[in-house]
Ligand binder design. Structure first.
Ligand code: FAD
Length: 411
């Protein structure tokens, strides 16, 4: 496969570098070097600049606020952002709206829905939460129970969703709901969007292992979604949900690999700073992690080529999800071993990112950020489908192994 970037892509790289230089403060050392209040200020201004330049979702068509970039060009933009230490998604709900809902609406939505939902997501008027999981339906997603019953030109919603990331700052939710309990479980599902700010919806925050209100639970009690808020037709929700999950698991493999490389450099500085650069066992673990990042990057490049002409990332995305989440846990296990009892002395800023590598500029010796990310990394093998579910997907849908036996009647 020829992965040489065309001349237009290299022009884009230059343009993006100039854009970054024009919009970061003088003597920029990466977002990780800023204090928390300065990060908030910078993110608000940076987001406005991205929207104006059509760089917040450059892979969306120009008609909806993007630039219609193909996957290779898009990855150039994202790589430049990571290398410069500027955020791709500056606001808490951006990743959910832009990298999850956006591709699903583009693949399954009507023209009216694209016009109504996509530009409003970029402007920040609509801030999304993902309503898939329920208390008894996480891995068994298609066993979910939240009901949507036809009424008044739309649907009345009853049930509960849980673990909505950034749910407290969201004002809309995209949800997988049951519209027909009579048919086989995946066939009775519908994908729809609904406003959170309406009577009949209650949102409660949940604190994570770090003590932060990272996610929430959402209760529907006779809430309403109009019929024009169904994406991809009634009864077709499982297919829409899988399109979205492919993007959730495999999105941005290249930028994740680059961010992981920056994180490994920071880990190397921690090792040196703790006087362990000559320790054979630590060096062996660090070297293995550095090699792993190169494998991730090579696989991400291969996947980009393999899926370049398709709207679906599909089951191959589970390989990205599995490798990246396991890698991050090993990185932070090593960091905690290197710190030893020093991890009890928390100091330095905690870092602006959650669930992913901190940006360039983050202090390698700040214990707070390593301790917090160690805990966040535990979640990597749960969200977006657990490690075991990714292994099942790879076994059954990539390698063609026999399917896992069904759990019981109706499965
Ligand atoms: C940080 C974070 C953010 C999240 N954000 C969101 C969000 O924004 N929106 C949303 O809807 N959800 C979100 N989730 C929920 C997430 O999708 C679920 O936690 C996940 O799918 C697992 O479901 P569960 O927690 O119900 O665990 P369960 O499904 O109960 O699984 C429990 C254990 O059993 C194993 N298991 C289950 N079934 C099988 C099987 N068939 N084969 C082998 N092993 C199996 C699992 O691997 C796991 O180890 C988030 C979760 C986390 C941790």
């Amino acid at each position: 496969m020829d992965l040489a970037t065309p001349a237009t892509a290299e022009q884009l790289r230059t343009e993006v570098r100039e854009f970054i230089t024009a919009h970061v403060p003088k003597d920029w050392a990466g977002e990780g070097s800023l204090a928390p209040a300065a990060i908030q200020r910078f993110r608000a201004e940076w987001r406005e600049a991205l929207v104006a330049a059509h760089l917040l979702a450059p892979h969306w068509p120009a008609a909806y606020g993007g630039r219609g970039l193909g996957p290779i060009e898009y990855s150039i933009v994202v790589e430049e952002f990571v290398a410069a230490g500027v955020p791709q998604y500056p606001a808490p709900n951006d990743g959910i709206g832009i990298s999850l809902l956006g591709p699903a609406v583009l693949a399954w939505g009507t023209e009216e829905q694209k016009q109504r939902l996509l530009p409003a997501t970029l402007s920040g008027e609509i801030r999304w939460a993902q309503g898939y999981s329920e208390p008894e339906a996480g891995s068994d997603l298609f066993g979910l129970k939240t009901r949507a019953e036809p009424a008044d030109g739309g649907f009345v919603l009853n049930g509960q969703k849980i673990w909505q990331t950034a749910g407290l700052t969201a004002n809309w939710i995209f949800a997988l709901v049951r519209t027909n309990p009579e048919v086989r479980k995946s066939r009775g599902l519908t994908f729809l969007v609904a406003e959170l700010d309406q009577p009949g919806v209650e949102v409660h925050g949940i604190r994570n292992l770090n003590g932060e209100p990272e996610f929430c639970e959402v209760f529907f009690r006779d809430a309403y979604a109009s019929a024009d808020n169904v994406i991809g037709e009634v009864g077709n929700g499982a297919k829409v949900a899988l399109t979205l999950l492919g993007h959730e698991r495999g999105a941005n493999g290249l930028s994740l690999a680059l961010a992981s490389r920056i994180e490994i450099d920071r880990l190397g500085k921690l090792v040196a700073g703790r006087g362990l650069a000559s320790d054979d066992e630590i060096r062996r673990r660090l070297g293995k992690l550095a090699a792993d990042v190169e494998i991730q990057r090579a696989f991400a490049l291969w996947l980009l080529g393999a899926t370049a002409n398709s709207a679906e990332v599909g089951p191959l995305s589970s390989i990205v999800k599995l490798r990246v989440s396991q890698h991050r846990q090993r990185v932070h296990e090593l960091a905690i071993d290197v710190l030893g009892t020093a991890v009890n002395d928390l100091h330095g800023e905690p870092g602006p990112e959650i669930l992913r590598a901190q940006p360039r500029g983050t202090d390698p010796l700040a214990t707070n950020v390593w301790a917090r990310d160690f805990l966040f990394a535990r979640a990597g093998t749960i969200y977006g489908g657990s490690e075991q579910i990714q292994k099942n997907t790879i076994g059954e849908q990539v390698l063609g192994l026999p399917r896992e036996p069904a759990a019981g009647p109706g499965a």
